[in-house]
Design a protein around this ligand. Structure first.
Ligand SMILES: Nc1ncnc2c1ncn2[C@@H]1O[C@H](COP(=O)(O)OP(=O)(O)OP(=O)(O)O)[C@@H](O)[C@H]1O
Ligand SMILES: [Mg+2]
Length: 378
């Protein structure tokens, strides 16, 4: 087992600091170009593909190389306009660089809407006056790029977990009404993980941002880059995984978090100076399946019966409508086709580019289904 003195170098939980990111140079450069051009951009990727990590890298590079400060707002599960005000206030307090803080403080103090540069104003205001209308504060916060950006410069506003806003009536329209007048002073990056919800926000004529946003899809990690980074991480802590590296990388299918989890679990099988064998990789994969067990069950329990069967069909046969899966799982083609589209919108499955093959986004969920509920010999 890993000891506390020698923790695994592979981060498998939460955002990765910019200097620890594997790859993503190209992605960061492209996003920086779009940011400098003042575009509205949607950064879309399945869960745990590294969106928040990439935002951290983009923020660091935009500040260092372009002098563009980045305000990152976490909208996860935002519940109301009041909640949105609190998130925005905290984001500005946390991310405004030193050189702009006095202008921020002045602007907020002048507005007299309860928000402050420390990020705690609005919750204090609510404690004093629970019936405070949050709208004036929201307008003030959304106006900040125009008020605070330095001359001939701009601010990047990142709205992470943008899909959560769908539950807050009117919020998207209010944000758009400010953003559209800030082409000279702000760039906006909207991030989200459920393809269905993101395309609904930007491709639906009835929604405020319809047709105004350019989409950037964050893909899997390059196998060669992954292999290099894993070898380096192992070597640093005196483990040699050369013999199983191709199988480890193949098992991760380039899924960033799954790759790091598998590397961590393989690391945990080895002592310093240890050399990985097929058996250590097998143990790491078993440990990974144990670890994803509760999550896999929770994903399945959130799906209807037809979708669960379709997911199994895709995991085993790489298509929702295989004749064998249809017979074995009692899955009619029409049910499978509808369910496959639902799973696609939820970001649970995807279609491989340029081929007819379907696959699960999460290689460990696919393996779990294939091993726990096999209907064909492995
Ligand atoms: N470029 C990368 N290099 C190394 N590991 C990465 C990279 N991108 C993502 N990861 C792995 O994925 C995990 C999740 O990263 P992150 O939180 O940035 O993803 P996310 O897409 O924002 O996830 P969520 O959808 O849950 O918000 C990290 O803990 C790390 O294990
Ligand atoms: Mg994230």
């Amino acid at each position: 087992m890993t000891s506390w003195e020698n923790p695994s170098p592979f981060i498998f939980d939460g955002p990765v600091p910019p200097d620890k990111l594997i790859g993503r140079h190209q992605e960061c450069e492209t996003l920086r170009r779009w940011v400098r051009a003042g575009r509205f951009t949607a950064l879309v990727a399945p869960r745990r593909f590294g969106k928040t990590s990439l935002i951290g890298k983009l923020a660091a590079e935009a500040e260092r190389a372009d002098r563009i400060p980045t305000v990152v707002v976490d909208l996860y599960d935002v519940a109301s306009i009041t909640d949105l005000v609190i998130r925005l206030e905290r984001a500005w307090a946390e991310h405004t660089p030193h050189r702009l803080r006095s202008r921020l403080a002045e602007t907020l103090a002048g507005a007299q809407v309860g928000v402050n540069v420390a990020g705690s104003g609005f919750t204090m205001r609510l404690a004093e006056r629970p019936d405070t209308d949050p709208l004036p504060a929201l307008h003030t916060l959304l106006d900040l790029p125009a008020k605070v950006a330095a001359k001939n410069s701009r601010v990047l506003v990142v709205l992470d977990e943008f899909q959560s806003l769908v539950h807050v009536d009117g919020a998207e329209a209010i944000i758009r009404s400010h953003a559209q007048h800030q082409r000279e002073t702000a760039s906006y990056l909207f991030c989200g993980s459920e393809p269905g919800m993101i395309s609904a926000a930007f491709d639906d004529q009835a929604r405020p941002f319809y047709g105004q946003v350019q989409t950037f899809r964050l893909g899997r990690l390059d196998p060669a880059e992954l292999a290099k980074a894993i070898t380096a991480g192992m070597a640093l802590s005196k483990r040699d995984v050369t013999a199983v590296l191709p199988d480890l990388v193949a098992a991760s299918e380039g899924h960033p978090q799954r790759a790091m989890l598998l590397a961590h679990l393989l690391f945990s099988q080895l002592k310093p100076g240890g050399i990985a064998t097929a058996e250590s990789l097998r143990s790491a994969l078993d440990a990974a399946l144990d670890r994803v067990d509760p999550e896999a069950r929770s994903v399945l329990s959130g799906l209807d019966f037809g979708s669960r069967k379709t997911l199994r069909a895709i995991a085993e046969y790489a298509t929702p409508i295989s004749a064998r899966a249809g017979r074995t799982l009692d899955l009619p083609k029409t049910t499978a086709a509808d369910a496959a589209n639902r799973l696609l919108r939820l970001g649970i499955v995807e279609r491989e580019e340029g081929s007819r093959r379907w696959k699960l986004v999460d290689p460990l969920l696919a393996r779990w289904l294939r091993e726990r509920y096999a209907t064909r010999s492995l």
